[in-house]
Design a protein around this ligand. Structure first.
Ligand code: FES
Length: 622
């Protein structure tokens, strides 16, 4: 097969690739990251690139849906459709490049009771002699049994390899790191309190690691990165599809998260002058698909009814079996899974937020491509998952992007002039305060703000329709219908106006209606008329203006003082499970206690959903 050279600009990365492979394949091979929300099935239009030199396969029909006539003449193509038929030079525009900047993460400063799975035991063993030639491990085990009542201990193979030298180096005084009073994972000469653990939250979009000292519970460092699997598709379904459509798809997805995590581990330990081998325990949360891909379990059955996972209960596995570069004996504990789309991340949220410990009725909303909902109190807990669509994460929105640098995250509209002011992630000032502010696109919280502001100022009707008679200079008709300009060309870094289209508003309506209808049905099932607390979790939750979210009806009415954005509660749950083994038991218990409500099987879902599409006026808006 013929090979051709593809060079990407502005990075100047180049790769040799076989004839017939796509530009997206070439980008993945060369490490150039191109936004590919649909995973390369040619329907998101986000992977546009420009051909600067050379030739590509002819334009196909699917491309014409996303590429305007003007772009066509400039040489724009969809990277996932255009095939290599000769040497080519390709320009990746800024909007198509995946932003590597870490996402904003918060972990509430709660006190977590310290009771880690690994404890250090210091022993001083009698010296061996001709009269007492007992083997090293037997000697250690006997002593631990007598002194600490630790009977039937095992030793992991790498620890056994270290044992003879470690004992002699410390003159038979040593510290044994023992997991759950069952297995010796490490031996250090003399006394050592060197015990560290890592909690990991594998989100569909971003991954966060929390490095903790297991001796005192201190959080030493937090490190986040983009989930490297995004190049295979931005949402769960497109990654499942990728793994099914490619013979090596599962292997690639698994490898990419493991390699990414190894990089994250290296960075986080180096920042604390530690080494990866210092990490002796790891806990992991993630939605069910991320959980399966991390373990290299085929995720295909998660994507079809009845959405059965390979396993519900928690799993403990050796890090080395996954290729995770930490201590060679370290265990990885994955929190249990609730139901198909309600995964270990949600269990993490539950052990962090503990709605089951309260009398008040809490509604927890974890917004992502799927909205995961939990409603309940100490008497009953109900969970469900609703397809909000990816609009809240910026996908299927004309200028949508994830919540990273350059994304418009806040919008305000002047009620008199309908002039727009906005704030972008990475800048402290609003556009009206600084001329240097430039937007690249708009993220979920920015879209919510924009839609809420336009609705409250009469530019959007209750039905969601943009009002034609609004003589605002920003309202105009484009090829795709009515749209409202949020940022003028000169206020952006992409050389085009950033707008909110009628279709964008429609997508937000569908997403918020799914959440609202889901919450209403759960309330009915629980027999409650009012919610006492609303908890918004996830990175989206930490950027969102809770008041605006309520104004457009993302969740049922609640006293605004009791609406809390808690940030990454799933990651916090992973950290809690790392520092307190009792919470692992609790996670297991709560995962079994939660009743799962399959919304699509509920008779009233369609009715509730349709009723929730309009914009309500919940708290005395004009
Ligand atoms: S259209 Fe190419 S990745 Fe979605």
């Amino acid at each position: 097969m013929k090979k051709f050279k593809v060079v990407f600009l502005p990075s100047h990365k180049e790769v040799e690739i076989s004839e017939g492979e796509t530009i997206l394949d070439a980008a993945r091979d060369s490490g150039v990251e191109i936004e590919s929300i649909c995973g390369g099935v040619k329907n998101c239009g986000k992977c546009k690139v420009k051909l600067l030199e050379g030739k590509l396969s002819p334009l196909i029909d699917e491309e014409l849906e996303s590429i305007s006539d003007e772009e066509k003449t400039e040489g724009y193509r969809l990277a996932c459709a255009a095939q290599v038929i000769g040497n080519a030079q390709i320009y990746v525009p800024e909007i198509g490049q995946i932003e590597k900047q870490g996402l904003k993460r918060t972990v509430a400063g709660k006190t977590i009771g310290l009771n880690p799975a690994i404890l250090p035991y210091v022993v001083e063993l009698p010296l061996p002699s001709l009269n007492d030639p007992t083997g090293d491990f037997d000697r250690l085990r006997n002593n631990l049994s007598e002194r600490y009542a630790l009977h039937s201990l095992n030793i992991d193979y790498p620890a056994l390899l270290k044992l003879p030298c470690a004992l002699r180096e410390g003159s038979f005084k040593c510290t044994a790191a023992i997991w759950m009073e069952k297995e010796i994972l490490d031996i250090k000469p003399g006394r050592s309190d060197h015990l560290y653990g890592l909690a990991i939250d594998i989100g569909t979009t971003s991954v966060v690691g929390y490095l903790c000292n297991l001796q005192n519970g201190e959080l030493l460092a937090t490190q986040s990165m983009m989930n490297p699997q995004v190049v295979y598709g931005e949402d769960v379904m497109s990654r499942i599809t990728y793994s099914m459509a490619h013979p090596d798809g599962l292997e690639k997805l698994h490898r990419s998260i493991i390699n990414g995590l190894n990089q994250l581990i290296k960075t986080i330990v180096e920042g604390c002058s530690l080494s990866p081998e210092d990490i002796l325990d790891v806990t992991v949360v993630g939605n069910t698909a991320m959980h399966h891909l991390f373990l290299k379990i085929d995720p295909q059955y998660l994507g079809v009814s009845p959405f059965t996972p390979a396993v519900h209960q928690s799993i403990t596995i050796k890090a080395r079996d996954l290729g995770l570069k930490v201590h060679p004996s370290a265990n990885v504990y994955l929190l249990p899974i609730e139901a198909g789309f309600v995964g270990a991340d949600n269990v993490g949220v539950l052990i962090a937020e503990e709605p089951d410990q309260r009398d008040e009725m809490s509604l927890i909303i974890d917004v992502g491509t799927n909205g995961e909902l939990v409603l309940g109190n100490r008497n009953r807990l109900l969970s469900s998952s609703c397809a909000t669509g990816p609009a809240f994460e910026g996908a299927h929105i004309k200028f949508g992007m994830r919540a990273t640098t350059g994304a418009i995250e806040r919008v305000r509209v002047d009620p008199q002039t309908l002039e727009v002011d906005f704030k972008v992630i990475g800048e402290t000032q609003w556009k009206s305060e600084s001329k240097s502010v430039r937007a690249r696109g708009i993220c979920g919280s920015g879209i919510i703000d924009a839609v809420a502001e336009l609705y409250l100022n009469g530019v959007i009707e209750k039905s969601g329709q943009l009002k034609k008679e609004q003589a605002a200079s920003r309202l105009r008709t484009s090829g795709e219908g009515l749209e409202f300009v949020i940022a003028w060309k000169e206020e952006t870094s992409i050389g085009r106006d950033i707008t909110i289209t009628q279709q964008d508003i429609r997508n937000i309506q569908l997403g918020k209606a799914a959440l609202y209808a889901g919450a209403r049905l759960m309330m009915k099932r629980c027999g409650v008329k009012k919610i006492d607390r609303v908890i918004l979790a996830g990175s989206f939750g930490s950027h969102i203006d809770t008041q605006k979210a309520m104004r457009i009806g993302m969740f049922p009415e609640c006293d605004l003082n009791n609406v809390l954005a808690v940030g990454n509660a799933a990651g916090e749950g992973a950290m809690i499970a790392l520092l307190n083994r009792e919470k692992r038991r609790k996670a297991e218990e709560i995962a079994r206690k939660v009743e799962y409500l399959e919304l699509t099987l509920e008779d009233d879902f369609q009715k509730e959903f349709i009723e929730a599409i309009a914009f309500p006026n919940l708290i005395g808006a004009p």
